[in-house]
Ligand binder design. Structure first.
Ligand code: NDP
Ligand code: MG
Length: 385
């Protein structure tokens, strides 16, 4: 029996993780969880899985939830609560599926507590990859990717010599607007942006897919997870999302990972690694049904956010944290109907231009930069840009 701590249980990845846990009751037990503000869903999850502890975002919600649950689940709140849920139970693995840079500290504390990390939260590695990987090495902790592209690369690299790798090739579906020109992007609506052709995901990452920032964050994540220079990381458009990513080797061979676009596959693999289990209710991939797979060279002028992410990654230091915070804030403003779709990339670019970079920053500097960048983006809005 593997005991699991799950942060972000009410989200898209969180719900699918619960599905995997529930479908293998003899293999997995949920021992800790966290939610943000969705107290009603938390109540159902607690009732069904009876974890020892549940963290919520704020104090009032904690009190309301505690009065509603009849089990002996301890309700905690805030960042302290999130960390308690990440480290305090006998869980051997932490699935970090919260959204945003709030996921960083619980990951670091769980590494110190020697928990295996199944990482969905991109922001952890994007903002502080050097610290996270250093700590994981120091505490001999394995970080298992949950993101489908990184899970694919992780599997393609299995048993291979790293120095024989020529390139990591991440595939990108292109998101909701892949067939539109930049001109056609000017007046797109939030509703259109939220309509992803292949994957059903949370709102923020669906917008990130439409701007291609999602792939940009994944490039930075891949750099840290697999220790490759940015010059050895490539992105290719592949609209069917059947090949989840590939690795090219010195002898020109390319190994690819194929599967249905179903996040339960990489989630379950991270939970069972190095073994595999049947995916309950998983649809098998029949390539004859798919018929054709398409690929297209990435256009960095069309997808400027991806270019900005490569730039930030190569600059290193605080710049990926600036990129990430500016993107989080700009996407929030877009979802609130306060800015247009193309203003997302403009705001990120302006935030990067005004930032003062520092190499090898410590946690405090990263957190401060995160806050300062959000304020800067907010101030752009007030200035009327
Ligand atoms: P969702 O928006 O669906 O869910 C986010 C989760 O985090 C919810 O449980 C939410 O709680 C919680 N949360 C949000 N803000 C806070 C906060 N300030 N404090 C504590 N908890 C908070 O996101 P996704 O599941 O789509 O994504 C989660 C992470 O996984 C992201 O980093 C994303 O980039 C990554 N990822 C997602 C994929 C996907 O298919 N969805 C694929 C690969 C990576 P509540 O709803 O209760 O407020
Ligand atoms: Mg992905």
């Amino acid at each position: 029996m593997k005991f699991v701590s799950l942060l972000g249980a009410t989200g898209s990845i969180g719900q699918q993780t619960l599905d995997v846990i529930a479908s293998h009751p003899y293999q997995f037990k949920l021992s800790a969880m966290s939610v943000g503000r969705n107290i009603e869903a938390a109540q159902h999850i607690i009732h069904k899985f009876n974890p020892e502890i549940c963290a919520v975002q704020n104090e009032e919600d904690a009190a309301a939830l505690q009065s509603k649950v009849s089990t002996n689940t301890k309700i905690v709140f805030g960042m302290d609560g999130l960390i308690e849920a990440a480290v305090s139970t006998k869980a051997s693995i932490l699935v970090n599926a919260v959204i945003g840079s709030v996921g960083l500290l619980p990951t670091l504390k769980a590494i110190e507590a020697k928990k295996t990390i199944a990482l969905a939260n991109k922001e952890t590695l994007v903002t502080a990859g050097h610290i996270v990987m250093r700590e994981a090495k120091k505490h001999n902790v394995t970080i298992l990717p949950v993101d489908s592209e990184h899970s694919a690369i992780f599997q393609c690299l299995n048993g291979e010599a790293v120095d024989e790798v020529e390139k990591l090739i991440l595939t990108a579906s292109g998101g909701s607007f892949r067939d539109r020109t930049r001109e056609e992007l000017k007046n797109v609506t939030v509703k259109e942006a939220l309509n992803h052709p292949n994957w059903s995901m949370g709102a923020k990452i669906t917008i990130d897919s439409a701007t291609m920032m999602n792939k940009g964050l994944e490039v930075i994540e891949a750099h840290w997870l697999f220790s490759f220079d940015y010059s050895k990381i490539d992105v290719i458009l592949h609209k069917e999302s059947i090949i989840h990513s590939m690795v090219e080797f010195a002898d020109t061979s390319i190994i690819a990972h194929l599967g249905q676009p179903d996040m339960r596959v990489p989630i379950q693999y991270a939970l069972t690694y190095p073994q595999r289990l049947e995916l309950i209710n998983g649809k098998r991939l029949n390539l004859w049904e798919v018929g054709k797979l398409h690929f297209q060279k990435m256009d960095y002028d069309r997808f400027r956010c991806l270019k900005l992410a490569f730039d930030a990654g190569e600059m290193g230091g605080l710049m990926p944290a600036v990129l990430n915070a500016a993107n989080e804030k700009a996407v929030e403003l877009f979802l609130d109907g306060k800015i247009t779709f193309l203003e997302i990339e403009e705001m990120i670019e302006q935030a990067m231009l005004q930032a003062v970079n520092v190499s090898n920053p410590e946690l405090g500097a990263i957190q401060e930069t995160d806050q300062r960048t959000r304020q800067f983006v907010e101030s752009l809005l007030n200035k009327g840009r």
